[in-house]
Design a protein around this ligand. Structure first.
Ligand code: 5GP
Ligand code: MN
Length: 340
């Protein structure tokens, strides 16, 4: 029989590394925990916080969720009351363990970083860049989402996953993988984990609806405006668009349709990079960055060089400057990468 010409090139299947025994002991032994995530929480962050809190509750622990917010986006606004936005001295005095999820560096915690100083801290994350922090870390950059890292922790600790937890785990995976679109070859383990969650009662259909449905008409009209406002630079290799403070007067949505915007702008042939500038204040600008599947551009490195972070194909940074200055700096840096 003829050999399969691809078989010799098949890499070892990915599997999650073992979780450090000291982490397991800490989770089992200590009575009280704070589960914290990053500022401007997204689907993977919030789902990871809920799934981690549920694991600790199943172990009989007292658990507090903490996030500096903001919780302005409509799909998460109702969750605001579940989270502490500050750690008060009473709680600090009981010496809880802090479990930080989905944060590549301490500054991602916003003002909570100072408030947890001195408390034993565990970090579970999947970002490839960032500043090592915390007393114990379980960092798996090849994990598609932080929720898959937490699913591995459930399995390691033999804690059963009920349907509600399975939904959190699946939702983080769905949001960070663009509903599996960003998954590469030989990563069958991620789909097998997703399949397990579906067999535990998760409906991918309901999750897709939770992820991209339920938007207001104003949101879709704003997406139209952002597409209309977009500009093509460097011979079509870069697309940029911007949100301004003044938009609040014309568009009745607090949501920024960034994921849809990235997807649409990246679908243009020849586009290698998308930069999305968000005017947060007159001297604060958030920049979201994406690079195309086929492009060698690493936007994680670009964001990190400016003080932000993220992944190879998706990253961001917050700059303390006007939106015009942020554009000038980023377009220059992007040009150096795209024209080299
Ligand atoms: P998004 O554009 O969806 O907000 O973020 C994309 C990715 O970049 C996420 O993985 C997120 O964690 C990361 N990211 C976004 N903004 C920042 C930032 O200001 N600092 C760091 N370290 N990472 C960021
Ligand atoms: Mn994540």
């Amino acid at each position: 029989m003829e050999n399969n010409p691809r078989s010799s090139a098949v890499p070892e299947p990915f599997s999650y590394p073992a979780v450090d025994g000291e982490i397991i002991v800490l989770l089992k032994d200590r009575p009280e925990f704070i589960v914290a995530g990053h500022v401007g929480p997204d689907g993977d962050c919030l789902s990871s916080q809920f799934a981690m809190a549920a694991l600790l509750q199943k172990l009989g622990k007292v658990v507090h969720l903490a996030n500096a917010g903001p919780f302005d986006r409509s799909e998460i606004a109702h969750l605001r009351s579940d989270f502490l936005t500050h750690i008060d001295d009473g709680l600090r005095g009981r010496n809880p363990v802090v479990v930080v999820v989905d944060c590549s560096s301490p500054d991602r915690l916003g003002h909570l970083a100072d408030e947890i100083e001195g408390l034993t801290t565990l970090v579970f994350d999947h970002h490839s860049s960032g500043e090592k922090f915390g007393d114990f870390r379980y960092i798996v950059p090849r994990s598609v989402s932080t929720t898959m890292i937490i699913m591995h922790l459930y399995k390691t600790m033999g804690v059963p996953i009920d349907t509600e937890i399975a939904e959190h785990l699946f939702f983080g995976l769905a949001t960070d993988s663009g509903f599996f679109r960003f998954l590469s070859s030989y990563r069958g383990e991620t789909l097998r984990m997703a399949a397990e969650l579906v067999d535990l009662g998760v409906s991918p259909n309901a999750m897709a609806d939770r992820m991209s449905g339920g938007k207001s008409e104003g949101y879709v009209r704003y997406l139209g405006k952002l597409i209309d406002r977009s500009e093509s630079l460097f011979g079509g290799k870069l697309m940029i668009s911007s949100s301004y403070l003044k938009d609040a007067r014309s568009f009745t949505t607090s949501d920024k349709p960034s994921d849809s915007l990235y997807q649409i702008l990246l679908s243009i042939e020849g586009v290698e990079m998308v930069l999305y500038f968000k005017e947060i204040d007159h001297n604060v600008t958030e920049v979201g960055m994406r690079s195309a599947y086929t492009s060698p551009i690493n936007v994680g490195e670009l964001a990190e060089s400016l003080g932000g972070g993220g992944h190879r194909k998706a990253s961001g940074v917050t700059l303390e400057c006007s939106i015009d200055e942020a554009k000038r700096r980023l377009i220059e840096a992007a040009g150096a990468l795209l024209l080299s």
